[in-house]
Design a binder for this molecule. Sequence first.
Ligand code: SF4
Length: 178
Amino acid sequence: MSGRLRVATVWLDGCSGCHMSFLDMDELLLELAPRLELAYSPLVDRKEFPDRVDLALLEGAVSTPEDEAKARLVRAHSRLVVALGDCACQGNVPALRNRLDNEQLLDLVYRQQADGPAAAPPDRNVPPLLTHSLPLHRVIAVDLFLPGCPPPPAAIVRALTAVLDGETLSELPTLKFG
Ligand code: SF4
């Protein structure tokens, strides 16, 4: 492609390990850097999602209304969307809570398994939760799945290179599942 690829990375309900994997591209990241612009990310100081990016990599499941709104915003402003890591691809760790309803979950965490005296769930710092933690494709259309916990840096390099070289993501043989 001509010009630099405008890339966003987005942190939903994940542990940041997928972003660590992005950084673990190490010197390959430096090689790609002249061809990329990191337009939005926890790694850069930009508060608002840009009007348009070429590729957005989203880490984490969709667990809160805030996650859902952010995922929809990113989809609306991104040419291509990648589910980055197992939480985004299939729910993984955040989805372990899905066997409980939200009331049971909060009771388990704050009363039954309290580290110290059992207490009522706090009325702040716990965001409203969706009834289930969802993989990204249950909320928005996804163009490519990069599984792994975390996904290997080589897979991220492969995806970035493919887009830079004009490959069709849906035809990448080893990175897509589901
Ligand atoms: Fe963390 Fe693994 Fe989920 Fe990535 S896939 S956010 S490394 S738990």
